[in-house]
Ligand binder design. Structure first.
Ligand SMILES: NC(=O)c1ccc[n+]([C@@H]2O[C@H](COP(=O)([O-])OP(=O)(O)OC[C@H]3O[C@@H](n4cnc5c(N)ncnc54)[C@H](O)[C@@H]3O)[C@@H](O)[C@H]2O)c1
Length: 300
């Protein structure tokens, strides 16, 4: 018996990369999987169902159950049909993994309106739309006395949590996904749905051009390390883990992000000229965001 035996999962963007590893691992642990992928290039151009079909073929060849879905996850109707496909094909839905993503990196001053809109759409709306339709299904099931032990697992990024230059569009979407997950965890707890997010680090199409990676570093960037955590979170054993953002997930470990905190407090003033002294004390006592050191920040 696998740890996800008999459960039904949707993995978006599962035609390659991290999502493929999730689909394969979930199926190996007994889940029936809808393998979603639009199949465009890394910048979100084009459509190709063959990567998703190959993953389905691989899962079936290993004795598992899987079906292809070619929805654009950021399309409201298509994402609804994707949820319905899981229900029609496999009799329900237990696990939604929002993983699909694209990149359109540019310095903000050069970023086009389309680069901004498409990245925000694919990541943020592509997380909201499937989550909305899945949660409505789970709400109806719960009302009918058939509450499911359900999961939403979303994909953030180190860029959203700590900041990467050239990725204001992507980082804003990924930080948004972290907040979305924390809020949604609170909204859905009463109908038995956990919601978590994680920031993967893996060698995939999305990252392969960034730096040369070899040896142990390459081995620890194998998506399987991430897939093991995701498959555990999807299993009944993780029923009590919700509202978490795993801030760095790879073969070197899984960090549990502990997020924004109130830092040092400056004294409030009704007089603008009275703000500075206490504010400077508070600033001196506070850490910098995203580990940016004082000197590099002021003298980049
Ligand atoms: N690889 C990393 O180190 C890393 C780091 C941080 C975050 N991430 C995130 O992890 C996720 C997976 O990334 P990856 O590295 O495997 O990239 P990838 O490019 O290998 O895979 C992403 C997949 O999403 C699919 N996709 C894109 N837009 C889609 C849409 N609208 N509808 C359906 N499918 C769509 C693509 O066709 C592709 O197969 C992404 O959300 C990415 O932002 C990855």
């Amino acid at each position: 018996m696998g740890i996800c035996e008999g459960r039904v999962a949707i993995v978006t963007g599962a035609g390659r990369g991290v999502g493929k590893a999730y689909a394969v691992k979930l199926a190996a642990e007994g889940a029936k999987v809808i393998v979603n992928d639009l199949g465009g290039d890394a910048a979100g151009n084009g459509v190709d169902l063959s990567p998703a079909q190959e993953v389905v073929n691989e899962i079936r060849a290993a004795g598992g159950q899987a079906e292809v879905n070619g929805a654009d996850v950021s399309d409201w109707t298509q994402s609804q049909q994707m949820i319905q496909q899981a229900i029609d094909s496999f009799g329900g839905l237990d696990i939604l993994i929002n993983n699909a993503g694209i990149l359109r990196d540019r310095m903000m001053v050069n970023m086009t309106e389309e680069d901004w809109d498409l990245v925000i759409r694919v990541h943020l709306k592509g997380t909201f739309a499937p989550s909305h339709h899945a949660a409505n299904y789970w709400r109806l099931e719960s009302k009918a006395g058939r509450q499911r032990d359900a999961r939403i697992i979303n994909t953030s990024s180190g860029s959203g949590l700590f900041g990467n230059i050239g990725q204001t569009n992507y980082g804003a979407a990924k930080a948004g996904i972290a907040s979305f997950s924390i809020i949604l965890a609170r909204e859905l707890s009463r109908i038995g749905v956990t919601v978590n997010a994680l920031a993967p680090r893996a060698q995939t199409r999305m990252t392969e051009g960034l730096r040369e990676v070899t040896g142990e570093m390459l081995e620890r960037r194998d998506p399987e390390w991430i897939a093991a955590l995701v498959t555990f979170l999807a299993s009944p054993a993780a029923k009590d883990i919700t509202g978490r953002v795993f801030a760095e997930v790879w073969g070197f470990g899984y960090t549990v992000g502990d997020g924004w905190k109130h830092g040092p407090r400056a004294t409030a003033s009704r007089d603008a000229a009275g703000v500075e002294e206490s504010l400077r004390h508070a600033l001196a006592a506070a850490g910098y965001n995203a580990g940016i050191e004082r000197d590099t920040f002021l003298n980049p």
